[in-house]
Design a protein around this ligand. Structure first.
Ligand SMILES: Nc1nc2c(ncn2[C@@H]2O[C@H](COP(=O)(O)OP(=O)(O)OP(=O)(O)O)[C@@H](O)[C@H]2O)c(=O)[nH]1
Ligand SMILES: [Mg+2]
Ligand SMILES: [Zn+2]
Length: 348
């Protein structure tokens, strides 16, 4: 496969020498990686050094690999810098982030127009999307099961500020063609959202064939996940990344994505009369006024405050974890230092 079709752009090209072999991670299980390369699909491992340092390639990564003389073994030795990256932070691990997908151009935030519809959940995904660097598109599935579309679209618009929102049905095919601008060769699209919203079904619809297994029986039971591994799928159009449903997208790096998503509230806060306004009972509080006149929904404001607290809690946890790890590293270093016996003339 041609490297451009793999999504390989000058951003990545500038990071390597001409004689290096490059591949893209399609899937992995433990330390066994499946790569798409110019020579087709290859199985590869990673170097001991990468394992030791805890550097693990993730779906969508471009990697440099080498091949044994007899051509039978492939070893990944470097991950190229990521252009975009969707991750959630996991406390307590050394590399404290869990990369869901890397180097996607577009992020489809998939939510269904029936049971899964949840604006507060969408806000969380939006924060992750802003932090990822990819362009978010809200894809609302199961249009065929929905009879209050206008109302739901209005609710989405109130938290996405005009980013593209496309209601579709993979069953009837309605509006699927509105995804064409993103479903283009050389572009990468990652699909995220709760289990059962129809990510894999949509992937099959976009690919035009049954590339992913879906759950044909289920439409409301959220008991189990059909897709269990992240996987990259090559189609005539875009490169698609399917992900297992996440119950909730949580854990954020900091305030950047949060402030982007809640720009309405951030702007209000900046226009309060007092710069140290607590937005509780001060006169001239723009937040209070907006809550009273209904231009700011109480549930959205509560959501913002809760997420701020969540970020603060996580920051604290991370700082603590970091401290413990640094202490452990220092201890290990002391232990592994060879003890040099002091030269002592009495020994002779
Ligand atoms: N009526 C209707 N059903 C749909 C639509 N899209 C998907 N479904 C059904 O929803 C169920 C779940 O679809 P999947 O594609 O497996 O969902 P998923 O998001 O991949 O779920 P996980 O892999 O568990 O994360 C299946 O029964 C699909 O047939 C749609 O547009 N309309
Ligand atoms: Mg699936
Ligand atoms: Zn205020």
């Amino acid at each position: 496969m041609n490297l451009n079709k793999l999504g390989f752009t000058t951003f990545f090209e500038n990071q390597i020498e001409a004689d290096m072999s490059v591949g893209r991670i399609m899937k992995y299980a433990q330390n066994h990686y499946t790569l798409m390369t110019e020579k087709g699909v290859l199985a590869a491992g990673i170097t001991g050094k990468m394992q030791y340092e805890g550097i693990f390639p993730r779906i969508g990564d471009f990697v440099v690999y080498s091949t044994s003389d007899d051509g039978s073994l492939h070893l990944i030795n470097r991950i190229l810098d990521r252009q975009t990256c969707l991750s959630r932070k996991v406390a307590g691990t050394r590399s404290d982030e869990q990369v869901i997908a890397a180097n996607m151009d577009y992020l489809f935030i998939v939510m269904s127009l029936n049971e899964d519809f949840n604006i507060r959940r969408l806000e969380r995904y939006m924060i992750g999307a802003w932090e990822s660097g990819a362009e978010p598109i809200v894809v609302l599935t199961k249009l065929d099961l929905c009879d209050n579309l206008e109302d739901l679209l209005e609710q989405v618009d109130a938290v996405t500020f005009g980013i593209k929102t496309i209601p579709i049905s993979s069953m009837t095919g309605e509006n699927i063609n509105q995804l064409d601008p993103f479903n283009q060769p050389g572009k990468t699209v990652a699909l995220v959202g709760s289990s059962g919203v129809g990510k894999s079904t949509l992937i099959n619809a976009l690919a035009g064939s049954e590339v992913m297994k879906t759950d044909g029986l289920r439409n409301d039971d959220k008991g189990h996940h059909t897709t269990t591994h992240r996987e990259m799928i090559f189609t005539e159009g875009a490169i698609l990344i399917d992900t297992p449903g996440m119950r909730e997208f949580s854990s954020f790096e900091g305030n950047e994505g949060l402030e982007h998503e809640f720009q309405d509230i951030v702007t209000l806060m900046a226009s309060c009369k007092y710069s140290n306004c607590s937005h509780k009972k001060e006169a001239g509080c723009a937040v209070k006024t907006a809550l009273e006149d209904g231009s700011l929904e109480a549930s959205r404001y509560r959501s913002y405050i809760n997420l701020l607290k969540e970020v603060a809690r996580q920051d604290k946890k991370r700082t603590h974890q970091q401290k413990l790890l640094t202490q452990r590293d220092a201890k290990q270093k002391r232990k592994s230092k060879p003890r040099i016996k002091k030269w002592n003339s009495a020994n002779y």
